[in-house]
Design a protein around this ligand. Structure first.
Ligand code: PA5
Length: 447
């Protein structure tokens, strides 16, 4: 077990009979998932993906990653939402948020197409000046505006740099197997393509080519990542909440939600977890937030945010709970030096490892927040390895699906994401949106 749920900090808020009550619902959700009888059952490819992935494509991913690693100084990953959050989360978790500034034997990696910011684009273009650049454009639909615009800009850059033919060697496309503008374009021009499986939604796609190519470019052992996820697939197959921490987590979330704990805060004590929290927020926010229901997913990195949001969590409105991820072995140590003069009065920490101090901050915060009326679910992650991270990714994916079914929503669609797009297209004058544009213009005139 690479991840273990400790319920000591949540039991004061949950009674035994509530677990018993949840068991039958969890069993029903388990059946819906495994017998593919629930809503969204066309998008369950992620359930067995760690075992049933396309082995031929997987080998091509490794070859392409080596080619990118050996031929580029800068690798730009173009995608938004589920098309970039997973790879960025894994790279920062296993390498570093400072990856681009540290010594390494591969290219710097940047993410584009995940905003519409001119300043961000100009900065990335500046970084590319005079350097060898490869890009991986990732879009399941192949029509999402943000990555499509970024792709157009970077394609122009690469064609100017290497010529139209040369650019083909630097462009890698991950999209639908057969459909979409991007697929048609890639086939016509002759880019190497990788597939977002039909039955895997964006936010569940990190263990497909969507995540694996950028992760492999960072020099991460994708075999270990997949093995971790597959071990979790096997470990979390028992519907019994008391034997399945993944299901216990889903059950606890639902119990707390019904008590009015409508905000969940994912807590990390390591800056390398920041983007993992962003990945988790998308996974849970897009899966559960619908039909005017759902837990609002938020996140903090402690102890940093104890000096910003800590006050609210300790003393503010009591409608929240925390899920704390504690990485038991970070793989590094840093001793605090001794000062013979003890000018700062810190000699009680002399010789202590920063990991120890961090763990005491965690212990103290757990007690304080529980005392303040905030239930805490503690998840202990064995270490910071690719195997453990793959295991944790699968843990959260499966718990998310079960949570969605417990909530009574389809965890695999995202109809709400379309609303802003329609308005944006209308306001930008996209053909076909004339009526909507007239309505929005009239609203603007009244402001
Ligand atoms: O989870 C999802 O499905 C979304 O967040 C998508 O990943 C995101 O909207 C990007 O879509 P696409 O990959 O089609 O460009």
């Amino acid at each position: 077990m690479s991840i273990r749920l400790v319920d000591s900090y949540v039991t004061p808020f949950v009674s035994e009979n509530e677990y018993a009550y949840m068991q039958s619902m969890v069993s029903a959700a388990h059946t819906m998932l495994h017998e593919k009888s629930g809503q969204g059952n066309a998008f369950l490819g992620w359930v067995d993906l760690p075992r049933d992935y396309d082995k031929e494509e997987y080998a091509r991913i490794k070859v392409a990653a080596e080619k990118i690693r050996s031929s580029c100084d800068v690798f730009i990953v173009i995608g938004i939402g589920g098309s970039y959050l997973g790879s960025r989360a894994v790279i920062e978790f296993l390498k570093s948020p400072l990856y681009n500034n540290l010594k390494k034997d591969g290219p710097e990696i940047y993410f584009s197409g995940c905003n519409i910011s001119a300043t961000n684009m100009r900065e990335l273009l500046e970084i590319c000046e005079g350097r060898d650049v490869c890009i991986n454009v990732i879009s399941k639909s192949g029509t999402t505006t943000e990555p499509a615009v970024a792709f157009r800009i970077f394609r122009e850059l690469l064609e100017k740099k290497y010529g139209a033919d040369g650019a083909k060697e630097h462009i890698f496309v991950t999209t639908d197997r057969a459909k979409g503008t991007l697929k048609g374009f890639a086939d016509k021009v002759g880019y190497e393509t990788f597939v977002v499986p039909d039955d895997v939604g964006g936010r569940f796609s990190v263990l497909s080519a969507v995540g694996l190519l950028p992760i492999a470019v960072a020099g991460i052992d994708i075999d270990a990542l997949m093995k971790g996820a597959d071990d979790a697939r096997v470990a979390f197959a028992d519907p019994d909440i008391q034997k399945n921490d993944c299901y216990k987590y889903a059950a606890l979330r639902n119990i707390l939600y019904r008590k009015g704990k409508v905000t969940e805060i994912l807590v990390g004590y390591e800056p390398f977890m920041q983007m993992f929290c962003e990945w988790w927020k998308q996974l849970y926010g897009e899966s559960e937030g619908k039909d005017q229901k759902g837990i609002y997913p938020s996140s903090v990195i402690f102890s940093t945010d104890l000096h910003s949001l800590g006050q609210y969590i300790q003393d503010g409105m009591r409608n929240l709970f925390e899920t704390v991820i504690s990485v038991k072995d970070t793989g590094v140590t840093q001793e605090i030096p001794h000062d013979p003069e003890n000018i700062d009065g810190l000699n009680f920490l002399s010789g202590k490892d920063l990991n120890y101090v961090n763990s005491m901050a965690q212990q103290g915060t757990l007690f304080a927040h529980v005392d303040g009326g905030v239930p805490n679910v503690l998840l202990e992650l064995e270490d910071r390895s690719a195997h453990s991270l793959g295991y944790m990714i699968y843990f959260f994916e499966k718990a998310c699906a079960i949570s969605g079914y417990l909530l009574g929503v389809n965890p695999f669609d995202q109809p709400g994401v379309e609303a802003y797009k329609k308005n944006m297209f209308a306001l930008l004058g996209k053909p076909g949106y004339e009526e909507q544009k007239a309505a929005l213009d009239a609203r603007i005139a009244k402001l």
